[in-house]
Design a protein around this ligand. Structure first.
Ligand SMILES: C=CC1=C(C)c2cc3[nH]c(cc4nc(cc5[nH]c(cc1n2)c(C)c5CCC(=O)O)C(CCC(=O)O)=C4C)c(C)c3C=C
Ligand SMILES: [Fe+2]
Ligand SMILES: [Fe+2]
Length: 347
């Protein structure tokens, strides 16, 4: 490492958080929806989804497993960074984590966000959250810099291509002929107009489909929360299934939640319940492909994204046409509304 290389002294897993019991559900969702134009009725609908699973989102447990996997991957690779975890919407909150990091003597941390695609929610909002937490902690709060977006990293694409093949095998489907629907969280146009979310998603879908040999694929959206008069990305996964099946009976279908890195509540409810019920009612054999989770290659990708920032080597691995994404976000990266003024946060 040369003198100009930032002396990172810690690693921070940046994530969303989720409720750990029935009483947590409403305060959690109020955190999620603060500042977002989402009707109360939609929030109460989502409350039911969470209560249906005992009020516990699997996301926190999945992040605990991811942290453990990252720790052992770092150890095996000789990376001596202590590993921390902070969330936007639930305990452990960023402020508590940054305070702990300051008390442990951390000055500059490298962060991995559990979002593989650029959007306000998955990029800028986290940087704003971290800035707010640094301000709250005050003097001595560690600096936080994020690793680049990994949507086109070969190890991410390989992980998902393998998961797609496994899903196809589970229903004896031929990927060359079976319809594949890749899903991602729908967002309002006022968000998608100011980021590369759709471009990155389309690229990742193409790369995964090519690698797995899936010839019939489409990118669709799930988990829409806005009022009906507000335009959000479409089509919705269930509308797409209905339309495709009406035009020519699908028979079999593979759904892959490419926009998410773990099988959290939105995957369990919107896909494993709603989309699966729809498929059952139409006699469609549906397989839901696994998310990256703690797959060894995905964990190795996180390690690689960290290692490239610890070294002077400019090498950045990426597949496809978009190239490696930026290490440092430009000032206007992932704005939400055109009127929003750029704010400086963790890069
Ligand atoms: C305006 C945009 C969004 C609204 C409103 C919204 C509501 C909402 N989201 C969840 C739960 C999750 N969302 C997650 C990811 C996610 N959400 C949005 C946008 C909105 N969500 C985006 C663009 C993304 C992808 C980027 C990211 O932040 O990950 C996730 C996954 C988080 C993870 O770390 O994997 C969850 C869970 C709820 C319950 C909700 C309110 C009804
Ligand atoms: Fe969301
Ligand atoms: Fe960004």
């Amino acid at each position: 490492m040369s003198d100009t290389t930032p002396p990172y002294d810690s690693f921070l897993l940046v994530s969303f958080g989720g409720p750990e019991g029935p009483d947590d559900v409403i305060p959690f969702l109020e955190n999620v929806l603060r500042g977002k134009n989402v009707p109360r009725e939609r929030m109460m609908e989502v409350v039911e989804h969470y209560q249906h699973f005992g009020g516990v989102s699997p996301i926190n447990e999945q992040n605990r497993q991811l942290l453990a996997a990252i720790k052992s991957e770092f150890k095996e690779s000789g990376i001596e960074l202590p590993v921390y975890w902070g969330n936007r919407n639930w305990d452990p909150y960023f402020e508590d984590t940054l305070r702990q990091m300051r008390d442990d003597g951390c000055k500059r941390s490298l962060a991995f966000f559990t979002s593989m695609f650029s959007s306000y929610s998955g990029c800028r909002q986290y940087r704003e959250n971290i800035l707010a937490a640094q301000t709250a902690v005050g003097e001595g709060a560690p600096a936080v810099e994020k690793v680049r977006m990994g949507f086109n990293h070969p190890l991410f694409i390989e992980t998902l291509a393998e998961n797609l093949r496994v899903a196809a095998q589970s229903i004896d489907a031929d990927l060359a002929t079976t319809q594949v629907l890749f899903t991602a969280h729908s967002i309002p146009f006022s968000m998608s107009d100011h980021c590369d979310y759709e471009r990155q998603l389309n690229e990742a879908c193409r790369l995964v489909a090519d690698m797995a040999g899936a010839d019939r694929w489409k990118l669709v959206y799930q988990s829409r929360s806005g009022p009906p008069q507000q335009p959000w990305l479409e089509p919705d996964v269930c509308d797409a299934i209905t339309e495709l099946d009406d035009s020519s009976p699908l028979g079999s279908l593979i759904v892959m939640p490419i926009g998410f890195v773990s099988d959290h509540m939105e995957v369990l409810f919107d896909l494993d319940e709603e989309a699966a019920d729809l498929c059952k009612s139409r006699d469609i054999k549906m397989a839901r492909a696994a998310t990256a989770g703690v797959s060894p290659k995905f964990v190795s990708m996180i390690r690689e994204l960290v290692q490239e920032r610890l070294s002077d080597d400019p090498m950045r691995r990426a597949l496809g046409d978009l190239g490696p994404w930026h290490d440092v976000c430009p000032a206007d990266c992932c704005l939400y509304t055109p009127q929003r003024r750029p704010q400086v946060g963790a890069s």
